[in-house]
Design a protein around this ligand. Structure first.
Ligand SMILES: NC(=O)c1ccc[n+]([C@@H]2O[C@H](COP(=O)([O-])OP(=O)(O)OC[C@H]3O[C@@H](n4cnc5c(N)ncnc54)[C@H](O)[C@@H]3O)[C@@H](O)[C@H]2O)c1
Length: 266
């Protein structure tokens, strides 16, 4: 827990709901000055109403102009940044490669890769001025394994691992640490949507798909958002001061991302 007279400043992208909201709350609890951004005005407004100690701005991380405006406003309001959490990421389509639409492919890569790049580029000059500069890129177990029928998502999350390793090397010499955090399937609305879409695609009931997903994990359960948030706070902390360039899973040990009928005709 930090002293509050000069709190460290964190930006959590897509922080108004889901894992990002949980991370924003965990950083607040740890004594940080917390800012979030989100693409959805209603979600952002209700999150900010429920969390008067957190600031927030509307931004689509895939849009260069909006990211520029976000960092301009952040600099104005906070005077700098100590921790960037590149959390924004969309699930993308669930479909075999020959049914993935170009617009879906591009949008998934735009949010999941352009977004972290644009935010990392804008944040770097601010993180250089911090004495505790750190970046956390929220990848996924989909960045550790192949993931049949989720090609754009898997490609984007592996790309984020490459971004992490490269930026850790580029920015380490100026004291900025960069790590990737790979959650497994996290309990919450989003995984329910993934299960529904997959059940629909395969003509199964949702509970069968849920059991199949949970069988991918050695602990046989989904991860709690708070378990991911606790790792983010640890990675940003001085206790993790020698940890950089790492790809850290919070996934109950995923054994692989596959389902029993993933075979597609060649
Ligand atoms: N939920 C999981 O099971 C899971 C597992 C592994 C990794 N992840 C990763 O964790 C991160 C957060 O996932 P989640 O499940 O909390 O997401 P989510 O789908 O619940 O969305 C969280 C927020 O993201 C916002 N958002 C969407 N697109 C945005 C954009 N372009 N710019 C700004 N905000 C945007 C939404 O409005 C929403 O408030 C993502 O990068 C995701 O890929 C999630």
């Amino acid at each position: 827990m930090q002293q509050n007279d000069n709190p460290r400043r964190v930006l959590v992208t897509a922080g108004a709901s889901g894992i990002g909201a949980e991370m924003a709350r965990a950083f607040l609890q740890a004594g940080y000055a917390v800012q979030v951004c989100d693409i959805d005005p209603d979600t952002l407004a209700s999150f900010l109403a429920a969390h008067p100690d957190i600031s927030g701005m509307l931004a689509d991380v895939a849009d260069p102009d909006q990211v520029e405006a976000l960092f301009d406003r952040l600099l104005e309001s906070s005077g700098g940044l100590d921790v960037l959490v590149n959390n924004a990421g969309i699930a993308g389509p669930t479909a075999p490669v020959d049914q993935v639409g170009t617009a879906d492919w591009r949008r998934t890569l735009a949010v999941n890769l352009d977004g972290p790049f644009l935010c990392a580029r804008a944040a770097t000059p601010l993180l250089r001025r911090s004495d505790a500069g750190s970046m956390i890129n929220v990848s996924s177990t989909a960045g550790l394994f192949g993931y049949p029928n989720r090609l754009p998502y898997a490609v984007s999350k592996w790309g984020l691992v490459g971004m992490t390793k490269t930026l850790a090397m580029e920015l380490g010499p100026v004291g900025i640490r960069v790590n990737a955090l790979c959650p497994g399937s996290v309990a919450g609305e989003r995984i329910e949507g993934v299960l529904e879409r997959e059940a629909h695609r395969r003509g199964l009931d949702k509970e069968t798909v849920r059991r199949e997903y949970q069988r991918q994990c050695s602990l046989r359960r989904f991860v709690a958002p708070a378990e991911v948030a606790a790792m983010a706070v640890f990675l940003a902390s001085d206790t993790a001061g020698a940890i950089s360039g790492q790809v850290i899973a919070v996934d109950g040990h995923t054994e692989g991302l596959f389902s029993l009928d993933d075979e597609v005709s060649p």
